[in-house]
Design a protein around this ligand. Sequence first.
Ligand code: F0G
Length: 342
Amino acid sequence: MSGLIERYRQWLDLPDLAPVTLGEGHTPFILWDTWQGTRVWLKLEGCNPTGSFKDRGMTVAVSVARHAGARAVICASTGNTAASAAAYAGRAGLMAFVVVPKGQISVQKMLQAAAHGAQVLEVEGNFDVALDVVRHTADEHSEWLALVNSVNPWRLRGQETGAYEIVQALAGPPAALILPVGNAGNISAYFHGFRRVGRGIPRLFGIQALGADPMVQGAFIAKPQTVASAIRIGRPASAELAREAVAASDGFFTAVDDAAILAAQAQLAQGGVFVEPASAAAYAGALKLRAEQRLPAGDVALVLTGSGLKDTDTPLRWTSLNPVLTRPDSISATILNALQHA
Ligand code: F0G
């Protein structure tokens, strides 16, 4: 299957380049439930090649970087950008340097980046410190080193394609779009995507984790805290863009606490959809807005940004790995017993 650049080249205003693709995009979009008059749709972005929505932006950013003659890419990351940059750089034949906050990234994401051949560099401090460092480094070496964080406008252009797909699936925009907000790039990208399609803009509800919610507080947070490590960000690089997008769409930002995020993760997983905590924040936000009767009628789409396999420690807070050792000749009796007690 072709990737996003081939599919949407006419929308992306790209130079005439050879795409670096892993077949990203066209992710599943499923009707999850109907709550009174609201149809709740889930966009399963964890089904992208590296397990997160970052691939939409990375195919474009890495293609442009290679076309422009870069030898290497660099990013700061809470994990998913690192894994995606590493994979696309590997595919492109470029080196990748990923800078992560020490001790704050899931093992799976670190391992992904390393497996794809990236040089993983840790810094003391949080994501915001890492982003400052890579911006500076990329500036210093701009003739051969490309910055592929979402401050790179090509990343956001690529991520707009999520909006194109949702409009196509629903034959028009939904009434509202709910998505988790960390560095605030994705919500800005969706806004521009809906605007470019020209069929109307949904209300944008940006969900942050309580304790890492600068967009809700209206002030940066020096030491952001949340179980959702992907969105543990106190100083979002695209804060201004996101604020404008949310205001222009008649939306808002709101926060959900860690307990709500984990409960949402469990509820989705038990309905067959395994996402990482940052993505579960979007669902926790939807549940909160339903309780507050603030969800519009009609179609509401949730962007579930990353796979549950990205972070396998957090589910241990609500489930356990206790397989029951069973003799082969008692499997049948065990199953019947479970059925009787269901
Ligand atoms: N969900 C997941 C799974 C993420 O990894 C991120 C961001 C977000 C949501 C928030 O998106 O930053 O555009 O507002 N992850 C970045 C990273 C920061 O480095 O992987 P955003």
